[in-house]
Design a protein around this ligand. Structure first.
Ligand SMILES: Nc1ncnc2c1ncn2[C@@H]1O[C@H](COP(=O)(O)OP(=O)(O)OP(=O)(O)O)[C@@H](O)[C@H]1O
Length: 249
């Protein structure tokens, strides 16, 4: 489904991502993990084309997407969240879902604010996420966790085949985290492919079919959670790192 081949992203002399190759198989949950600064977010940015890679190829269902614009990547079925929620504070939750899902560009200006189809879809998604009660709430009044759920909803508006989740557990309380995990499992159960960047090892190990480990911009291990967890290279990368707990789930 998603294939990353020899991906590189350099910032001057910094090789944030270098010669990275890995796959995320259709219908599976793949986790991309690694110590702080390993290059995970940069890889995500390149895959979703919010950043242009320095080198490498990214294929979605066998077709290259690395030359496309972000909204074109979304149209092909790849949708992502960001580590920091990015939404419009003055709009309601429902409006945010629709606005964030709109294809960016001048044509959007001439479209009606919210079409019937968009409204129906947004309402269905809010119901799925159990936040129908927040539909007409202004985003500024939401808690951080509620905003995360809203972002998750916005992600689903484009009918993605694969979703990239950047630290869904970050800053979220345990009960909301359990809810988010349930949503991820439910969507995956419906056939959605998931690629997730996450520091919460317990979550990674319990949720993923496969774990890809990055360190210093390179892939150092790839395999089932149980195998990766005991890989000496992985343990060394974490223990040698600064801020991340070793993989001890
Ligand atoms: N725009 C940029 N300009 C220069 N260097 C950057 C830029 N973005 C990232 N880097 C560097 O690239 C490296 C990888 O960063 P990245 O944020 O991708 O790591 P990460 O694995 O996502 O880290 P974290 O887990 O802390 O979010 C780091 O050394 C970082 O400082």
């Amino acid at each position: 489904m998603l294939e990353v081949r020899a991906l590189a992203k350099h910032f001057g002399g910094i090789k944030a991502v270098d010669n990275c190759s890995f796959t995320a198989e259709a219908g599976k949950i793949t986790a991309l993990i690694g110590p702080n600064g390993a290059g995970k977010t940069t890889a995500f940015n390149c895959i979703s084309r919010t950043m242009a890679p320095t080198a490498g190829e990214i294929l979605l269902d066998g077709e290259r997407i690395d030359h496309l614009k972000p909204h074109q990547v979304t149209r092909r079925g790849l949708s992502r969240t960001f580590q920091i929620t990015r939404n419009l504070e003055d709009l309601t939750v429902l409006e945010n879902l629709v606005v964030q899902s709109k294809v960016h560009g001048w044509r959007a200006l001439f479209e009606p604010a919210i079409t019937k189809e968009e409204l129906k879809k947004a309402e269905e998604i809010l119901a799925f996420l159990n936040i129908t009660r927040l539909a007409y709430e202004e985003t500024r009044n939401l808690s951080y966790g509620q905003k995360k759920l809203m972002d998750f909803g916005a992600l689903l508006m484009s009918d993605p085949k694969i979703i990239l989740l950047d630290e869904p557990a970050g800053g979220v309380n345990p009960s909301l985290l359990a809810e988010i995990v349930e949503h991820i499992r439910a969507l995956n159960g419906q056939g959605l492919t998931v690629l997730i960047v996450e520091h919460n090892m317990e979550l990674v190990m319990s949720l993923s079919d496969k774990v890809v480990v990055m360190a210093h911009g390179e892939i150092i291990a790839e395999g089932p959670p149980a195998m990766v967890q005991t890989d000496p290279k992985v343990l060394e990368a974490y223990l040698g790192g600064t801020n991340v707990e070793p993989a001890h789930a």
